[in-house]
Design a protein around this ligand. Structure first.
Ligand SMILES: C[S@@+](CC[C@H](N)C(=O)[O-])C[C@H]1O[C@@H](n2cnc3c(N)ncnc32)[C@H](O)[C@@H]1O
Length: 270
């Protein structure tokens, strides 16, 4: 099989890390997400995934946050069958295949133009694709305004510099009448320490963003109200984590402060 060699800068290359984490999860004896499409997709890419040296914590954490964000999307779409779904910084995530939205839903996979072009080469045509820089104004203009919007952004927050994530959020909530924003949160410490993570180091990312208090986005003047903060150390799926990760995660789960440094899902309505 001829495999495709992507030409990606470090910011875009992070999408291979999350893809590979989901691929490896699907091969575990007890997968958390079980996304065989991600494994098949990773096999079509000519990239030295081994250099990322992904540890079980990153594999299981990535799979679990994807699963929880999928659940948020599925729940929203079930309640709003004419919803618009936006997957911001979608990379090569197969979320649209996993969630399999009904026909009345319009799903937009959004990332830089070259990433969207790669997506088009590698993945079936199940969604609208928008190739844009999310920090540039105007990209929302062609999207409908009057339908409930489910906005999901996985692994995106730390890579938007300065206040660009906040600005983008204000533009999104001004554009759509109503909806939900679901993200995986990063504390300031988690974002700061990210550059020392071997996988991120291997890619060459040096700066990342985060916030500690889950209510911080309520102060962004974007009309957001926190619906839920899920600390994933406390998720039932931890029972399927391999040891010793399972034991360590359960230990950490007793402390909300420590759990917050790990993976958490934040959901806001507007
Ligand atoms: C860590 S990857 C996550 C990809 C995907 N959400 C996943 O979970 O596999 C971050 C993604 O954000 C995208 N991204 C970062 N900054 C962006 C921007 N300004 N505009 C559009 N996409 C951006 C990158 O290209 C990359 O695909």
């Amino acid at each position: 099989m001829q495999r495709l060699r992507p030409d990606l800068d470090p910011l875009r290359e992070t999408l291979l890390l999350t893809l590979y984490a989901r691929a490896l999860d699907s091969k575990l004896p007890h997968p958390i997400l079980g996304d065989a499409d991600s494994a098949a997709l990773a096999d079509t890419i000519d990239y030295d995934f081994a250099r990322l040296k992904l540890k079980p914590s990153l594999i299981c954490g990535t799979a679990l946050r994807a699963k929880k964000l999928d659940d948020a999307v599925r729940g929203f779409v079930a309640a709003h069958p004419r919803a618009v779904v936006l997957d911001l910084g979608c990379g090569l995530d197969t979320r649209v295949l996993r969630c399999d939205p009904p026909a009345g839903v319009d799903w937009y996979d959004i990332d830089f133009p070259d990433v969207v072009a790669l997506r088009t080469q590698l993945l079936p045509d199940r969604s609208e694709r928008l190739g844009v820089d999310l920090t540039e104004p105007g990209w929302l203009d062609p999207l409908p305004r009057d339908r409930p919007a489910m906005i999901v952004a996985e692994g995106l927050l730390p890579f938007l510099s300065g206040d660009t994530f906040q600005r983008m959020t204000r533009e999104l909530t001004a554009h759509f009448d109503t909806g939900e924003l679901a993200i995986n949160g990063y504390t300031r410490f988690a974002a700061w320490s990210m550059k020392y993570h071997p996988a991120i180091k291997a890619i060459g990312i040096t700066a990342a963003q985060g916030f500690d208090d889950p209510r911080t986005p309520e102060t962004w003047n974007a009309g957001l109200t926190l619906v839920e903060e899920q600390l994933l150390t406390r998720a039932p799926e931890v029972a399927d984590f391999p040891q010793p990760l399972r034991a360590a995660t359960r230990l950490i789960s007793h402390s909300a402060a420590l759990s917050r440094q790990g993976t958490r899902i934040l959901r806001y309505r507007f």
